[in-house]
Design a protein around this ligand. Structure first.
Ligand SMILES: N[C@@H](CCC(=O)N[C@@H](CS)C(=O)NCC(=O)O)C(=O)O
Length: 303
């Protein structure tokens, strides 16, 4: 699941893809069975000002940098390329990040790029996945998915590998800790993102209370390191990997199931608050109403 997929440039037709690693994801049950389900009624999404103030004291250097690095101005975002758009001059030495504005996997990599202050170094190339240009598969990324990164005469894919790749190959604040215990915990949490997503979305059509166990696990994970509101204490790739998904679950479950994921989960509430202050993330956020509509179409189509 966390494999880093790389396509090396050769001729467009013979471009090859290979997996550098093939780490199986942990099953969600191994993640959930260690924790107990607790819930309290509460209805608001946004935290009260008192909590917001408290959370801001815990801001780490990386989080502050992430805010500064992104600047406070919204980056002018290019229009998504469609089947009628010409390809960019691929492999001309420019580093390009191919994304879809709506894709949570691509959003992870986009946030990483912003939080490291790489807006000038990594050019965004948005693709319209509903009207995808054929050259994307032929010339850029044979897997034909987003995200992918064109860098150093090769194309790298897979969001979890890519966020690490950007963190280690480019300048900017390190978003992965040196501390061994934190690194191990980070790897565990990263490997669980796919099963977390599968588990939560499988509860969308049925009993939402079942998804509660997954959010309880998040609450427990956020309690492990005391020095900050983030998963590892300080802001890291783990926060970036989870944010696009929680950004979608929160408004969807509130709208459709009247279920507040932050109710009885103060750490999760503080985390969402603090994440929403990070400019590099804010710039990638979608309109919650659009997210809800798109999730309704995707997950509730037969209801
Ligand atoms: N495992 C991939 C998933 C990427 C993915 O599924 N991207 C979707 C958009 S959100 C995509 O490109 N879908 C196009 C397709 O499957 O044809 C990652 O983590 O990067």
């Amino acid at each position: 699941m966390t494999a880093l997929q790389v396509s090396y440039r050769s001729s467009a037709a013979s471009s090859s893809s290979r997996n550098l690693s093939d780490t199986p994801a942990l099953s969600f049950s191994s993640f959930s069975e260690r924790f107990v389900l607790i819930r309290f009624p509460k209805t608001h999404v946004l935290s009260p000002p008192k909590l917001r103030l408290k959370a801001s004291f815990g801001r780490t250097r990386a989080a502050r940098f992430a805010t500064m690095a992104a600047g406070s101005e919204q980056e002018a975002l290019p229009a998504a390329l469609t089947s009628t758009s010409d390809p960019p001059p691929v492999f001309d030495g420019t580093t390009r990040l191919y994304i879809s504005y709506k894709c949570p996997y691509a959003q992870r990599v986009w946030i990483t790029r912003n939080c490291k202050g790489l807006q000038e170094k990594i050019q965004l190339v948005p693709i319209d996945l509903q009207d995808r240009p054929s050259w994307y598969k032929e010339k850029v990324y044979p897997a034909n998915k987003v995200p992918s990164l064109e860098h150093d005469n090769k194309v790298v894919g897979e969001s979890l590998g890519l966020i690490k790749y950007i963190d280690s190959h480019f300048e900017g604040p390190s978003l992965f800790p040196d501390d061994l215990a934190k690194r191990e915990f980070a790897e565990e949490l990263l490997s669980q993102t796919y099963s977390f997503h599968k588990y939560v979305t499988s509860a969308f059509k049925g009993d939402v209370e079942e998804a509660g166990a997954a959010f309880d696990n998040i609450e427990t994970a956020l309690s492990k390191f005391k020095e900050g509101p983030f998963f590892l204490g300080q802001f890291s790739l783990v926060d970036i990997a989870y944010a696009p998904f929680l950004e979608r679950y929160q408004p969807f479950l509130l709208d459709v199931k009247k279920y507040d994921i932050t109710a009885g989960r103060p750490k999760l509430e503080a985390w969402l608050e603090e994440m929403n202050r990070i400019e590099g993330y804010r710039q990638t956020q979608n309109d919650p109403k659009e997210l809800v509509e798109s999730y309704k179409k995707r997950f509730l189509v037969q209801v």
